[in-house]
Ligand binder design. Sequence first.
Ligand code: TRP
Length: 345
Amino acid sequence: MSMELPKRKVALSAAQPTGQLTIGNLFGAIQNWVPLQERYNTIFCVVDLHALTVRQDPQQLRKHILELAAIYLAAGVDPEQSVVFIQSQVHQHAELAWILSTFAQLGELERMTQFKDKAQRHRHNVNAGLFTYPVLMAADILLYGAHVVPVGEDQKQHLELTRDIAIRFNNAFGPVFQVPDPLIQSQGAERVRDLQNPAKKMSKSAESELSKVMLLDDASTVLKKFKKAVTDSLGEIRFDEINQAGVTNLLTIWCAATGKTREEALHHFSHNLYGKLKVETAEAVNVVLDPIRNRYRELMNDPGELERILHKGAEQARERAEHTLVSVMEVLGLPVAHRKVSSRG
Ligand code: TRP
């Protein structure tokens, strides 16, 4: 008699290929994906179709898609353990998104704060895709039966909508979709702030280079940026987001980079020397970034290998996605006989 291992739950996440990533993206998202590979059946996607909701330069987009995939791998996503793929290579995403759009209400989509935000910032291009963006995200998640979706605080509302769509569909047509739970990423690591203006989240679109630390900045640039980070004149090293946002940010980054707790950080920096805090934070970040920069360079120098990994990932993704899509089509009464895989197979 063979003993079957309990089937692992599915964890899925994704990021948009909209340019160079900062350490905020690493500590807030990608780095937290890596340990999930031990416990979950993991899927990581580069959501290039989402990126189209804002006008992209084709050459840049092409480059950014591959770079983001290489960053996933360089940061420790293992293609032997995880499915890693590019969204547009799996046509089922667009197909399911259409179907799900008929299960999302205008009123719900209008309430999405990210839509309201982006509509403000891109007034000249408030396209329908920007509006239905969360429906495509729901398709990304529901196609793979994801149980958990690691996301930042800012995506919670989209995940709530995904759940509502899944529940609504299941109530009408039977239990086709797994209803996913958000996995809000741990201990404030996503709260990496702008080094020059810690009132703001660190963003790749910040104007000043000194505001943000990019994943691919070299070690001396990282050091320089941390040395110039804004602090205060209180001369105390404590976690206090209100009065000492700059110092708190450095502590948060140090914790994220070293894996140490807040208590350990306070103990370590009880000398209250800002100069040391800055340099040690830079050094801790460089310890994390060094191997990532190296593996990234290797991957980018070997495009054949990257292609092979993404090709395999897309094949694996397509098979699973097709299975779900066929189930959806069947319960809705759409013909599926012409499709290669049958859900009943
Ligand atoms: N909307 C997410 C973001 O901006 C990206 C995303 C798209 C995503 N599809 C997803 C995240 C599916 C998790 C799961 O960060």
